[in-house]
Write a protein that binds this ligand. Structure first.
Ligand code: MAN
Ligand code: CA
Length: 212
């Protein structure tokens, strides 16, 4: 019972804000729960979020009716509050969002290792654009500070072959014209103020932009 309840809370918090329009009193959207247990609970939850029939309250088997109602109210309230907080942060230029990712900067300009270190210390990693929308969201922050930023991309052993910092090959690139041109001497990648990329040496001072 407790397990279901805590999963239900987790699930509601993972629902995307896109699904929650102002004034919408419904919990909807995509649920993403990790692992096998997550999968099992998720299938229950999908039933809970949109149960058949007129009563659209989340329903937990075995829970008294009034508690189901209370849980539903709490979830709707929390989700609503979270989405409003995110909107404030985006509005104030403190964060930018793309899909499930949130990008943020501490405004500091440091070398690649220090930037990555501070992102990891904060529980994230260096901003790593994997598609146009993410590149654009990082660019929003780069433009705000008017400073180039290091990305979570590095050159591998083979010269000219760049990878994500987790070692996986790139599936999206936005190289500036004639880049990359370092031929092994520029192992890091910076984002220019137009969102395009340049391979660059790793010891420069660049804006720290993290993703969470
Ligand atoms: C500098 C460096 C290089 C870059 C060229 C582009 O030399 O920033 O990384 O490729 O400018 O002209
Ligand atoms: Ca270059």
């Amino acid at each position: 019972m407790f397990l279901y309840s805590s999963y239900m809370l987790t699930a509601a918090l993972l629902v995307t804000c896109h699904a929650l329009h102002p004034g919408n009193n419904e919990i909807s959207g995509i649920l993403r729960l990790p692992g096998r247990v997550g999968q099992e609970v998720q299938s229950h939850l999908l039933g809970l979020v949109r149960p058949p029939g007129r009563d659209r309250r989340p329903w937990l088997p075995g829970l008294p009716d009034f508690l189901n109602t209370e849980l539903h109210k709490i979830l709707v309230h929390l989700k609503n509050r979270l989405c409003r907080l995110e909107r404030v942060l985006v509005f104030r230029g403190k964060i930018s969002k793309a899909g499930e990712k949130i990008f943020a900067s501490n405004g500091k300009q440091v070398d690649f290792a220090a930037a990555l270190g501070s992102c990891e210390e904060a529980g994230g990693t260096l901003a790593t654009p994997r598609n146009e929308a993410e590149n654009k969201a990082i660019l929003d922050i780069v433009k705000q500070y008017k400073r180039y930023a290091y990305l979570g991309i590095k050159e591998g052993e083979t010269s000219g072959r760049f990878k994500y910092i987790n070692g996986m090959p790139l599936n999206y690139t936005k190289w500036h014209r004639y880049e990359p041109n370092g031929r092994g001497s520029e192992k890091c990648v910076e984002m220019y103020l137009d969102g395009s990329w340049n391979d660059k040496r790793c010891h420069m001072d660049r804006l720290t932009v993290c993703e969470f």
